[in-house]
Write a protein that binds this ligand. Structure first.
Ligand code: 1GP
Length: 246
């Protein structure tokens, strides 16, 4: 398979739609079936991760998803032990919006030896939490302040710092299930200032919002929660079309 980062970079010219699967929400079998449905209805990659790990089925979930789909399966780690030899790559997140050293470097130090052992492609990601109107799991679990949603200049400074430090992509995160998604104005400003691919997720509940987020400058749009209470194939197709045609 083409290197995953090359694929991620290619979405700078054509938008990408990534679906997030939380391994805690289903059995590995159901997660794999859902991944197959996402693939068949236009998703470009599967992200696997969550803020906590309630079960011990992370590795098995990735293994079964990999057996099911041809699109990339990428780890979206909530913690250092989210490493699996079955994945195609890992978004190695450094929460640059935080001042919590654990999320900036400690977790990554713990993950690194296994990433090396498994020869897993690691994509250094400047992960930025944006204020979303309510306390999200990621904010609580990371014990860190989000960037104010009305301060695009602060967001830009963080994104620039991440790019200058050599990170390969920026992820603007409102938080899973967020009340409000990342504001378009903030996306526009960040996009204008960086050259690396921009991923945006959190609180995107309908295709129209996904389209707005993509049009504002997200190269890749991520949804998770919206598909967790029953899979609607038509809705997945509508998300994919809104993003791909934006
Ligand atoms: C969370 O950005 C993702 O990290 C997806 O968020 O679950 O709100 O779609 P949702």
């Amino acid at each position: 398979m083409k290197k995953i980062y090359d694929i991620i970079k290619s979405y700078k010219n054509r938008k990408g739609y990534f679906c997030l699967i939380d391994p805690d929400k289903s059995t590995p079998e159901i997660s794999a079936d859902n991944a197959g449905i996402f693939e068949n209805n236009g998703a470009d990659a599967i992200l696997v991760g969550s803020s906590i790990m309630l079960n011990d089925n992370f590795d098995e979930t990735i293994r079964q998803i990999k057996e099911k789909v041809k699109i990339p399966v990428i780890i979206f780690p909530g913690k250092f032990n989210f490493v699996s030899k079955y994945a195609d790559a890992i978004l190695l997140l450094s929460m640059v919006s935080s001042r919590n050293p654990d999320l900036l470097i400690s977790e990554q130090v713990r993950s690194a030896p296994l990433i090396k052992k498994y020869n897993l492609e690691s994509i250094g990601t400047g992960y930025m939490l944006i204020e979303s109107g309510s306390l999200t799991s990621v904010q609580y679990m990371s014990n860190s302040l989000p960037i104010p949603r009305t301060k695009p200049d602060i967001a830009v400074a963080h994104a620039l710092a991440a790019e200058f430090l050599g990170m390969k992509t920026i992820y603007l995160e409102a938080g899973s299930g967020a009340k409000n998604y990342v504001p378009e104005k903030l996306i526009i400003e960040v996009k204008k200032n960086i050259t690396i691919p921009l991923i945006v997720g959190g609180g995107i509940r309908n295709p129209e919002t996904a389209r707005k987020v993509a049009q504002a400058g997200a190269d890749i749009v991520v949804t998770g929660t919206i598909h967790e209470n029953g899979i609607d194939q038509k809705l997945i197709r509508e998300f994919a079309e809104a993003i791909h045609n934006s």
